[in-house]
Write a protein that binds this ligand. Structure first.
Ligand SMILES: [Zn+2]
Length: 152
């Protein structure tokens, strides 16, 4: 008798707040919440995949600046020299610093050179510059070729 009345009372006590108030709230939010979590899950999946890929390539890659493509067989070879056009160069573009060799497109008051910074090895100094003196348009064209592996 006391046991039965207790369970009915407790059932009421638990069912009435859960049934009325969250159900009224959940009705409009539930479909939106479902759609959001599905999209969020997809996004998380994509992010995790991208992260795995980035980690496989390099753990320290910030993933912002471009990476030069693998040099193509018929690429144009730049002539690299050990002197720049001056001290007052302004870095216009640069490749990602996560790899051993970093390239910078530098403007010296409208005349451009590409700078290469790398680990020195026989025949390759730590810092070198392209020997050509380019105008802006030409410089960007060579920069594009460098990134696509058509020049190096
Ligand atoms: Zn990188």
């Amino acid at each position: 008798m006391t046991h039965a009345s207790f369970s009915v009372a407790s059932a009421r006590a638990t069912s009435s707040p859960t049934a009325s108030s969250p159900a009224a709230n959940a009705q409009p939010t539930r479909p939106a919440r479902g759609a959001l979590s599905a999209a969020a899950e997809r996004m998380l999946g994509i992010l995790a995949e991208a992260e795995d890929k980035a980690e496989a390539e390099d753990e320290d890659c910030p993933g912002v600046s471009p990476h030069p493509a693998v040099p193509l067989p018929g690429r144009t070879a730049f002539r690299w020299i050990e002197e720049s056009l001056g001290q007052r160069g302004r870095v216009i573009e640069h490749t990602c610093g996560c790899v051993m060799t970093v390239y910078e497109l530098i403007s010296y008051g409208g005349t451009y050179q590409i700078c290469r910074c790398t680990l020195p090895r026989p025949g390759v100094p730590a810092v070198s510059w392209t020997a050509e003196r380019w105008g802006r348009r030409e410089a960007y064209e060579w920069w594009r070729r460098l990134l696509t592996g058509q020049a190096r």
